[in-house]
Design a protein around this ligand. Structure first.
Ligand SMILES: Cc1cc2nc3c(=O)[nH]c(=O)nc-3n(C[C@H](O)[C@H](O)[C@H](O)COP(=O)(O)O)c2cc1C
Length: 183
């Protein structure tokens, strides 16, 4: 698929199954993330690849956060199952540093760009994915368990795999004039 066709038609896939990107395909995805635009070449991000045992550990971590947070049995159950909605998750942490020329928000946006780049690299190779976040990104137990310091931010959990259902069709294009002006 050429780049423009991908960018104009891409959809997220929420139900994902095996096979997950592996080997060269996974390396391409991570490399695409590393090629995100990056003011000052700070690389203000860290990627945590979770699969197999990693997904089990992540499930245990989310469940522990739900228990400690006294969120109730329903949330605990949801937490336990959440990581198994895909065979591969890449967690992206924004590692923001004080910099005289590159403010925090630019570093946060750059980390966000890595997620989009990795999702597009997955789609370009025939896989599917969805960028998820949710309240777990702010949970102190989840953050600590993933080695995310207090001043750092989880910008997303990128769920990747093979779409289990037909990927939804192209979205109806909204009226561009609501979003675009020419100066
Ligand atoms: C920062 C961020 C966080 C998101 N978090 C979630 C999420 O937790 N759950 C979810 O279903 N979609 C989430 N989304 C939206 C999906 O990734 C996806 O874009 C949305 O379902 C629309 O589908 P589409 O990409 O096919 O247009 C998030 C998107 C962004 C940019």
């Amino acid at each position: 698929m050429d780049a423009l066709t991908l960018l104009l038609n891409r959809r997220s896939a929420s139900r994902l199954t095996t096979p997950a990107p592996a080997g060269e395909a996974l390396q391409n995805i991570l490399t695409a993330g590393m090629r995100a635009p990056d003011h000052g070449a700070l690389r203000p991000w860290h990627f945590i690849v979770m699969q197999d045992e990693g997904l089990i550990k992540f499930s245990q971590l989310l469940e522990q956060a739900a228990i400690v947070g006294e969120m109730g049995p329903e949330v605990e159950e949801k937490a336990r199952h959440a990581p198994f909605r895909a065979p591969l998750i890449i967690t992206v942490i924004a590692k923001i540093v004080d910099h005289p020329k590159v403010p925090d928000w630019e570093q946060l946006v750059a980390a966000g760009c890595t997620v989009q780049a990795m999702q597009m690299a997955a789609l370009a190779q025939g896989f599917g994915g969805i960028w998820r976040s949710g309240s777990w990104t702010e949970d102190p137990i989840v953050k600590a368990g993933l080695g995310c310091a207090e001043n750092e931010k989880i910008v997303g959990f990128l769920y990747l795999g093979t779409p289990a259902l037909k990927v939804p069709s192209k979205v109806q294009q909204p009226d561009m004039s609501d979003f675009v002006s020419y100066f």
